[in-house]
Structure formats: structure tokens, C-alpha cells
Design a protein around this ligand. Sequence first.
Ligand code: 0RA
Length: 650
Amino acid sequence: MENQEKNLNGNSEYSANSIQVLEGLEAVRMRPSMYIGDIGQRGLHHLVYEVVDNSIDEALAGYCNNIKVIINKDNSITVSDDGRGIPVDTMEKEGKSALEVVLTILHAGGKFDKDSYKVSGGLHGVGVSCVNALSSELTASVHRDGKIYQQKFSIGNPISELEIVGETDKTGTTIHFKPDASIFHVTEYSFDILSSRLRELAFLNKGINLILVDEREQNEDGTSKECVFHSETGLKEFIEYLDETRDALIDIIHIDTEKNDIPVEIAIGYNSGYSENVHSYVNNINTHEGGTHLTGFKRGLTRTLKQYAEESGLLTKKKNVIVINGDDFREGLTAVISVKVQNPQFEGQTKTKLGNSEVSLAVDQAVSQMIRNYLEENPNDAKNIVSKVMLAAQARIAAKKARELVQSKTVLKGGGLPGKLSDCSSRDNTRTEVYIVEGDSAGGTAKQGRDREFQAILPLRGKILNVEKALHHKVYENEEIRNIYTALGVTIGTEDDPKALNLEKLRYHKVIIMTDADVDGSHIMTLIMTFFFRYMKELIEGGHIYIATPPLYLVKKGKQFKYCWSEEERIGAMEEFGKGFSVQRYKGLGEMNAEQLWDTTMNPETRTLRQVTIDSGVEADRTFSILMGEEVPPRREFIEKNAIYATIDV
Ligand code: 0RA
């Protein structure tokens, strides 16, 4: 292949223009978290999304069908697409190629191709130049006009000219980058995290092929691990995926339309469960905090179903007329709402709440058209939904009473706290912590082993209720669960939202779940996590939930000993002592004495806590529904492998 080594800019001087450019990207390197969220695992993966988003834009514009993401052996990433290729001609104003502008100027993305359909965007919509700034090396290759163009960069600066390195009959863009290890705390990519995002993108953008290859893992035949994500029916398949193990009450209802120039896609399903699982997206971004699109959806759904129920006489046939409200229409509802908005205004604490008021009506109209059509054609499903709604209304009234009971002082013992709680003496809730421990005996050891100044112990009796399968009022009536609410000092209902958790009076900064390192302990851990995910998600989101990691083994020889947290550590310790050692496997917390428990698991100086975070609300929702439906799954492995809740060591 001929290497022409030609400088297409006709300009070998970067200096003049690059002063300004360097300042722009230098800001990204100075404060990376402002641009990509954080410099841990999340930020690391965000780099990939940022690049993929550009390819998705190209696909939404109708020019690209295939996007491939490769995790290379060295944890660098290659993203390639078969779009038109980033333009390479010189831009007059900047005096450099469009490619270089895209890669070196912040927010340059929107400068091109104004008419094209640019809606996808990362959490902060920062563009591929940020990825460049935070990569120790980045190579951009463009197949376009019969040629292969290439330019290399390092920490955002060009280190080569734009060169022609070959000829091609294809078009497309390939970005290869290696995240800068001097910036990121974590440099290893997770196949599972990337695959959940690509799966989600496939559902949200039907028709595109998204391929994920992991070069770090070879199959037996020498090929690399690979997954292809493709959806023909978009959000309909998304609901099928989310509700895989739930019992469907109706066929999935789906609409893909445009209202007042706003593309709106919605799919809903009703299942026999009690939880509400509504996921909303704006420009492919999960809007955790909701916003105008969600408001429009709820309003349209409630109004249309209510109207239908009243007109068809299904509601008034019952003797006891009960007042139904909006919540009742969403019990057992799984829904995904996806809108594409030209100039999204993101608000809220995590900038994931849509503010654009015009979107509300668009979604309202779409959902009401969708439901009206569906109910007219499927009167039997309509009956199923209405009877479900009536049951939900009755259960809601029971749940309200039970919830009030949770908060009423009458059920509480001395000082308003549960009798089983061994509280700490400090009331400085920026440093207090509570250990939630299974069983009274482990609770006893923890109580002796703790530092009572700032560590409280709340023992739970055996297995707590599986909230995934319980009606709300059963959850609030459950004694162990009530103890958790009162011990933590959290209540239900804030000024903004009567159902949100109120953390104002949270009594501990860290809530640490400590269970045995065996199958039973894992099961209890899963039950407790399910409770926190479904009923106290705000605590997880606030970074308050942690998992304690007791050791698995004690290897001992004479006066020397070593605690081990993995098989490798155990083998290492045995080799170190080579003869005359003994190995003790700790199955339960109760097998350790108070001092051992303090040394290994509770002492802030030496312990390892794993903070629980939610990487993907969608994956977490689905996984809890699967996990808690199954009989005897190897839960701990499942949880850790599948990153239901990702945990990071702190
Ligand atoms: C600006 C203008 C055009 C395409 C692109 C950017 C583009 C960017 C990326 C980033 C990754 N893949 C991409 N593919 C395309 C339009 C070019 C034209 O008019 O031919």
C-alpha cells in the first residue's frame, strides 16, 4: 500500500490555532470529572459511549448500519462504523481539517451538517474531543472518497499530520484510543458494562447492528468473545427483555411516531407483579430523574385508561366505588419511553431530568393515541387492565395505612428506636455507620467487636421478606423491614414526591450489609439488596450502601497467621508457610471472635468495603426480577458476575 505522507492541511504549523485548542482540552484534563462524570469505572466506560454516540448519530442520519466496539488486549478500545466517515477537507475558519477540528475542539460536534439528524449524545454531550484529551494515544482512521486517511494524537494533541495511508472502496470511521492511565483510577474495561449499554442502544435504535468483541478473552477455537446486538422491533423487544420472567397480562403495546416534530417511541406491558418499572430516555440517555416526557406519559396514560374504564362501564359495575389515582394505573406496569429532542435542557441533581416543556404534550398525545387504538381492538385486555387497576387501588389504601404504621411512634420501643438496635454513641451522622447483620449470634459478635463510638449494629432475624413478590402493605407491615426504616431514621414522602424516600434525618452515613460468606448468606444479601433497590433506591444512589467483606480463610502457623479473601491468597499464604500450617475456612461470621471480626471486617483502617452503585437501572430491574423469581440460584456469583449492582472497593 502506498504511503503518500501528504499533509492535507497544507499547513505544518499547529501552533497558531492550537493555543486556543490546547487551552480547551487542557481544561478537560484538569477537571475530567466535570466532563465525563468521574475518573473511575464509570468515566472510563463513558469514553466508549461518547465515541459510539457519534456513530449512532451517523446511523440515525441514515448512513450507517454497523458499529463495532473492540476491547483490545491492552484495554484500549476500537470503535468503527460504516458511516460516511468524518470529513477531512480543510475548514477555512480553523485552517485545519474537519477531522482535526472534531478531535481537538470542545463541543465541535454540532458545527457540521446542521440539517442532519444529530440527537444522540453522551451524559454531558461532550463529544469525542474529550475522549481525545483523556487518551494517552488516539488514532482516527477515515475511509472516504476512495482513500484511507489517518491522524494520530496524544493527550489531545496531534502527533502526526493527517495522512493518506491507503486506498479503499468503503466508507466509515475508526477511532482507536487508550485511556490515559495517569488520569483514570481504573483502566480495565468490563465486558458486561459495555454489553449492557450496547444492548440498550440496540433496543433504542432499531435496525442497527452493534457488535462487541473482547480480544482479552479467547474462545476454545481461538476466536474472541463476541456479542451482536440488534433489534427489529425496538422498544417492544426491550419490554420483552425486561419482563422476561414476569407473567404478562396483555400483549405489549407499542407506538413509534412523531408529534410536533418530536420523535416519540413508547412501549408498555402489564404484568402480574406489583412494582412500577418505567424507564425513560432522551436522545438515548437514561433520564433517571424523569422530567417532562415522563410527566406527559403518566398524564396521558392515566387520563386515557380512566376515560376508557368509565365509558365502558367497567369501573362503576363494582359495588364499592373506590377512588383510583394515577399510581394505580402503574402497578405491574413496565414501560419504556424514548424521545429525541433537538435542544434538550437537562436539569436536576444528576442532570438527568428533562426540562423542555413542549415534550410533555407530544408524549401525552402519543401515549393516548396508542392506548385508545389498542383498547378498541383488544377489549379483553382492557378488562384485565381495569381489574388490575382496581386491585391496585385497594392495595394502595392498605399500603398507606401500613406505611403510616412504619412511622408511627406507637410501635417503637425506648427512644423511638428498635429494641434490637445497638446504637453508637456519636450523633455526628457524617461519620456514623450501621452494620446490618444476619442473625442474633453474628450480631452479638459484631456488637462486641465494634467501635461503639461510631458503629451501630442492627441484627436481622433470618431471611427478610422477598419484596419482589410481596404486596406493598406486606412490606411495610414486616417487622424486620420496619426496624430498618426506624433505625436508619428515613421516612417516606418528601415535599416534591409523596413516595420518595426522605433522607434528611438519615442517622448513619454508611449502611453496611454484613452476611456470611456462604450460600445462605448470599441469599440473605440478595434479599436485603432487593429491598434497598426497590424501596430505598435513593440510599444506593446517594452512595450510602456498602457490603462488608469478611475473609474466607485463616491460614495459621504457630504465632503467625494470615487472613485470606480468595483462593489465590490462600494458596499464597500456604506456600509462604510451605509446612505445619492449618487452614480454617470461615463460613459464618459467628466462627470469628469479636477481635478477629474487628481486625478483618470492621476496622476502617484494615477492612475492605464495597460500595454499591447502580450502573444500569434497566439491568438491575431485570436482574432482580429474574433472581428473586428463581429457586436456588448461586446468587452471590450471579450478582458479582452480572454487575446487577456493580461494587467498587473503597
Ligand atoms: C460530521 C459531518 C459528517 C459526518 C460526521 C461528522 C461523522 C462523524 C463521526 C464520528 C464517528 N463516526 C462518524 N461518522 C460521521 C457528514 C459528512 C458528509 O456530509 O459526508
